[in-house]
Design a protein around this ligand. Structure first.
Ligand code: AHR
Length: 345
């Protein structure tokens, strides 16, 4: 019994000894971690007080439907890289539901800012409320959202689609001299419910309605793709043939599809049928020079630098204008010549 008591006492004293020996080492580790490191001796950990964490931007892109869209994504990725901003990119493949999923995942990941290129205008109020409650600022890019509460986003960066439609309409009024007979127009619209389709369609009509001889024969959605542009144009030609004097296409990709359909039908695009389009891709400028397109209204996809600037300013606590409009021009067969070689998309 006495022996067992001695063994327990010895073990207890050893344990005290070990703990006492360890204490200074533990204290040393803590104090070392708090001491400023000597420059050049050890690499600084990311996010240390001397090197701020990079800004994280979650970007919900609506899809990959057109040449414009691919250039837009590239512009945003390149600009983020250059600005040292970490970009989380999600492609929604034309689905608003997928955009909601992407936005919810950005909230979970606690990004600093969320940018959204919305596929359609309606239905954003409740998801943007979720983002607001998470305390994350939102930038709307390219297309707009329809909502009563404008406090749900900081700024909208993109083109003036209504003005683009007006530019197209003004050209049509100048190009087609007044006639006693109706001059048939067909329209290739992009995605139903999307800002460019609504804005371009309204702007165009607002200008041409002043002329009674300019008659809209057909107007249908072709989703901004060359394949659907060609399909819809084929139907228009079957229904109206030579009565079509002019095509107004809401983007270059659909216009390229329509050119194919017109040539297959045996007519000359640009001559038998006047061709007006929007965007300004390299391929469209080449068609202008060939005489197969007559006018291209520019819509710039290069929104990346403006977006990164806005992200930085938000993070610095500065206030931004509610609307940042991209400056744009129009291209004809003459001005396309100077531009085509340098066109990055
Ligand atoms: O929202 C911009 C439009 O979307 C472009 O005109 C079109 O090409 C794209 O798909």
């Amino acid at each position: 019994m006495k022996n067992r008591f001695n063994l327990v006492t010895v073990l207890f004293l050893c344990l005290i000894g070990v703990l006492t020996a360890c204490e200074p080492a533990a204290q040393q580790m803590v104090s070392q971690a708090n001491e400023p490191k000597e420059a050049g001796l050890q690499p600084l950990a990311e996010g240390s007080p001397n090197e701020p964490m990079p800004i994280v931007l979650g970007f919900s892109q609506l899809g990959t439907e057109s040449t414009w869209r691919l250039a837009n994504t590239r512009s945003i990725q390149d600009a983020a890289n250059e600005a040292g901003i970490t970009l989380l990119y999600e492609n929604a493949e034309q689905s608003q539901e997928k955009q909601f999923e992407a936005i919810r995942s950005f909230i979970k990941q606690k990004v600093d800012v969320i940018a959204i290129a919305p596929v359609i205008e309606q239905g954003w109020e409740s998801i943007l409320l979720e983002v607001k409650q998470a305390g994350i600022p939102v930038i709307i890019v390219d297309r707009m959202v329809e909502m009563s509460d404008s406090s749900l986003y900081v700024t909208f960066i993109g083109s003036d689609f209504y003005e683009e439609g007006r530019k197209a309409g003004k050209y049509v009024k100048d190009k087609l001299t007044e006639s006693s007979k109706p001059l048939g127009i067909v329209e290739l619209k992009g995605t139903e419910g999307s800002t460019p389709s609504i804005g371009r369609g309204n702007g165009f009509r607002e200008v041409i309605q002043a002329r009674k001889d300019l008659v809209m024969l057909e107007s249908a959605y072709a989703d901004f793709t060359p394949r659907q542009g060609k399909e819809v144009m084929k139907k228009y030609l079957q229904a109206h043939g030579g009565d079509i004097r002019l095509v107004f296409s809401h983007n270059d990709d659909m216009a390229i599809g329509a050119i194919d359909a017109i040539e297959e039908y045996g007519l000359e695009p640009g001559k038998d049928i006047i061709m007006v389009s929007v965007d300004g891709t390299r391929q469209a400028l080449e068609k202008l020079i060939e005489g197969k397109l007559n006018l291209v209204v520019e819509c710039s996809p290069l929104l990346g630098p403006n977006l990164m600037q806005a992200v930085k300013e938000i993070m610095e606590g500065r206030s931004l204008p509610k609307r940042i409009v991209t400056p744009e021009t129009v291209f004809t067969e003459v001005t396309a010549v100077d531009e085509v070689e340098n066109r990055p998309y």
